[in-house]
Write a protein that binds this ligand. Structure first.
Ligand SMILES: Nc1ncnc2c1ncn2[C@@H]1O[C@H](COP(=O)(O)OP(=O)(O)OP(=O)(O)O)[C@@H](O)[C@H]1O
Length: 285
């Protein structure tokens, strides 16, 4: 499903002394199947925008459409919530059921399907996120580690096969191995199911590696919108709002000085960079 945001504004704590304009005239279009990273300084409005698109916060003006649904319309919002998956910064706060099985199966049980079918779907989802079904299914969410719980929260979201996935820093607090494992898995599912993914993150290296597009917010406005391979073109502006080059970008800078005309655009992806380096000839080195 595609997402259309038209001239949207949002105030939080309206009619109180804490009144704040958090989203300021944002318009954008995300075509179905795109993996979009949403970045920007702390407080720039990323979470608010994600929650508005998911119908959890309503805009004060402007229009948001997700596929056939008008987010501003109450009846449409209820239909939208059946096709959308959210994973928040602390996914463990999303796991309320007594057992891992009950949590992952909760959304499916509501569909009125047989117990056997639900069990099979839960099993597949757990195995897909690398959690052993027989070992974990009867455990309480309190009995497992933070990383395992995040994978279970992800399984609980993906098992319902959402058409849109909104991820709000779901890898915060995970080690780098867990982070890349989780993101690679999300990317693989997204490719297979052609899901639209909005991935809110502070990690530029993840945005470059996994996304098809990077949106940058600043003070509630859309500050930049570019393909990851064009990041160098936007760098001066990004630096102005606090972006810092990742080791990979610094390495590409030094390669650029040496091999300017030979560098492919997709070098910001680790695999492409490795392949470029291994294919350099002896003379190049
Ligand atoms: N309930 C609220 N009432 C008033 N202001 C709020 C409320 N919630 C958030 N804000 C303010 O809205 C602004 C945007 O918040 P938001 O959480 O969307 O930013 P963010 O870009 O996701 O930040 P972070 O990167 O820190 O998660 C912030 O300045 C925040 O202080």
């Amino acid at each position: 499903m595609d997402i259309v945001v038209e001239n949207v504004n949002c105030m939080l704590a309206a009619r109180t002394p804490y009144y704040k304009k958090v989203i300021d005239r944002i318009s954008l279009h995300v075509p179905a199947g795109q993996f979009v990273a949403i970045m920007g300084p702390t407080g720039s409005g990323k979470t608010t925008l994600g929650q508005m698109i998911g119908g959890l916060i309503l805009p004060h003006s402007g229009v948001i459409r997700v596929g056939p649904y008008q987010v501003n319309n109450k009846a449409d919002r209820h239909l939208l919530w059946k096709t959308i998956g959210f994973l928040f910064q602390f996914p463990e706060h999303q796991v309320f059921e007594d057992t891992v099985f009950d949590h992952i199966g909760a959304g499916l049980n509501r569909l009125g399907m047989s117990r056997e079918w639900v069990s099979e779907q839960v099993k597949q989802a757990m195995e897909a996120v690398g959690v052993c079904y027989s070992q974990f299914k009867d455990l309480s969410p309190f009995q497992i580690s933070g990383g395992e719980l995040r994978r279970i929260a992800l399984a609980g979201v993906l098992v319902t096969e959402p058409e849109i996935l909104i991820l709000d820093e779901p890898t915060a607090g995970l080690d780098s191995w867990e982070r890349s494992r989780m993101l690679s898995y999300i990317k693989q599912i997204q490719d297979e199911k052609k899901m639209t993914v909005l991935y809110i993150t502070h990690r530029l290296e993840e945005a470059l590696e996994y996304s098809d597009r990077i949106l940058v917010l600043d003070h509630g406005q859309l500050y930049a919108d570019f393909h990851p391979c064009k990041i160098q073109d936007h760098w001066c502006r990004l630096e102005r709002i606090g972006f810092v080059k990742t080791p990979l970008l610094r390495f590409i800078d030094s390669l650029e000085k040496r091999f300017a005309e030979k560098l492919p655009e997709s070098l910001y992806k680790e695999e492409q960079l490795m392949s470029f380096i291994t294919n350099l000839s002896r003379e190049d080195l």
